[in-house]
Design a binder for this molecule. Structure first.
Ligand code: PMP
Ligand code: GLN
Length: 364
């Protein structure tokens, strides 16, 4: 969709990435460390300073004390962390439960490891998880569940009830959890992010994965991390060692400084994106789209069933070519698309971009 958007010079609200740049301080530190000659391999699990800063962030946000040395592993983006965690725990024939609409890298990583992705479809407008249904999908081959909260693409967040149900299921069947929390700092309307890091019992069986790309507007750096108990981290590192061995050294030093000196960036992120969400939602008030609630992430779903009977892929192509706005059809996040008429917009964009896009969408 980004390629098509470029071809037609459409406003690109499709692929999820910020239109604005990373903070100047972070860029300055990156340039500084590269110029200082810190350009060789970092330790495989990350430089000690960054592991320590990640541990203090976790302490500050979730009141959980970690041993940075044995529990925090720096990765080349959350994508690498997800891939590595999946390879580390999946044996031939293992089943891993994922929720559709699902981030695109989960199922291929499971299949590549010889496992089977067991898809459970969530439906608009609430995308709530029926935990009884999940329990009915657990077999003696089930190894793990992957959750993603705040959730891309539905923009929903898990509640206390979800976490309680998830935890009892994991414990009852002795399953592992891969918790994709790349949007952990982006929740709206005062709702807290419920991290697997905040619950000791849950954390004991979890790989918690995050991304600096989302937090510091630097998706192109591909920097992230995985936090897991020491025993699980040990297994994770056996795979990480042979996937990348280590991640971009100057970025690790720069991110260490950013976390240490500018904690306020993380704390202000939710409000920063809530304002953008509100601008877009407000600007779409006059349109014929039904706007679904966005509780977190930088995504917003729109139901276009009052506007067109085209399927969502055809509708997105029409939007680009005729209206000059690019979105993502929700069906691509499903194994078996439910036939909903829903598209995803990314609002990590300047206000004027959001207003221009909304003006075009209001013409439909
Ligand atoms: N998980 C989800 C839900 C995402 O939206 C993204 C970002 N596209 C990732 C993982 C991957 O993050 P990264 O860019 O750090 O690899
Ligand atoms: N996470 C982003 C999205 O969902 C983009 C990542 C990608 O393009 N693979 O749009």
């Amino acid at each position: 969709m980004s390629a098509l958007a470029n071809q037609y010079q459409a406003i690109n609200l499709s692929q999820g990435f910020p239109e604005f740049d990373a903070p100047d301080f972070l860029k300055k530190q990156l340039a500084h460390y590269a110029a200082s000659g810190l350009n060789q391999y970092a330790p495989s699990s990350g430089i000690a300073g960054l592991q320590a800063q990640i541990a203090s962030l976790v302490q500050r946000r979730y009141a959980h004390t970690l041993d940075p040395d044995t529990m925090v592993t720096v990765t080349s983006g959350a994508t690498e962390a997800l891939f590595v965690a999946i390879q580390a725990i999946t044996h031939q024939g293992d089943e891993i439960i994922i929720f559709d609409p699902a981030y695109d890298s989960y199922a291929p990583a499971i299949e590549l490891a010889g496992g089977k992705a067991v898809h459970i479809a969530l439906r608009s407008p609430d995308y709530r998880i029926d935990w009884q249904l999940v329990a009915s999908k657990v077999t003696n081959k089930t190894r793990a569940i992957i959750i993603n909260t705040p959730h891309n693409p539905s923009a929903k967040i898990l509640t206390n009830k979800d976490i309680t149900a998830l935890k009892s299921l994991l414990i009852e069947h002795d399953l592992l959890l891969i918790s994709d929390e790349v949007y952990e700092h982006i929740t709206f309307d005062g709702q807290p992010h419920l991290s697997a890091l905040a619950d000791k019992e849950l954390f004991e069986r979890s790989f918690v994965i995050s991304s600096f790309g989302k937090t510091f507007h630097c998706t192109g750096w591909k920097m992230g991390y995985c936090v897991a108990p020491a025993k699980l981290s040990e297994e994770f590192r056996k795979v990480h060692q042979y996937v990348t061995f280590s991640s971009f050294t100057p970025a690790q030093f720069a991110l260490t400084d950013m976390l240490r000196e500018h904690g306020e960036h993380v704390d202000e992120l939710a409000m920063f994106y809530q304002q953008k969400r509100d601008v877009l939602v407000e600007a779409l008030q006059g349109s014929r789209f039904k706007v679904l609630a966005s509780e977190g992430t930088y995504f917003l779903l729109l139901d276009y069933s009052a506007i067109s009977q085209l399927d969502d892929v055809a509708f997105c192509e029409y939007l680009i070519k005729e209206m000059g706005v690019a979105a993502i059809p929700l069906s691509v996040f499903y194994e078996t698309p439910p036939g909903d008429k829903i598209i995803r917009l990314c609002f990590a964009k300047h206000t004027e971009t959001l207003l221009k896009a909304a003006e075009k969408l209001c013409q439909l």
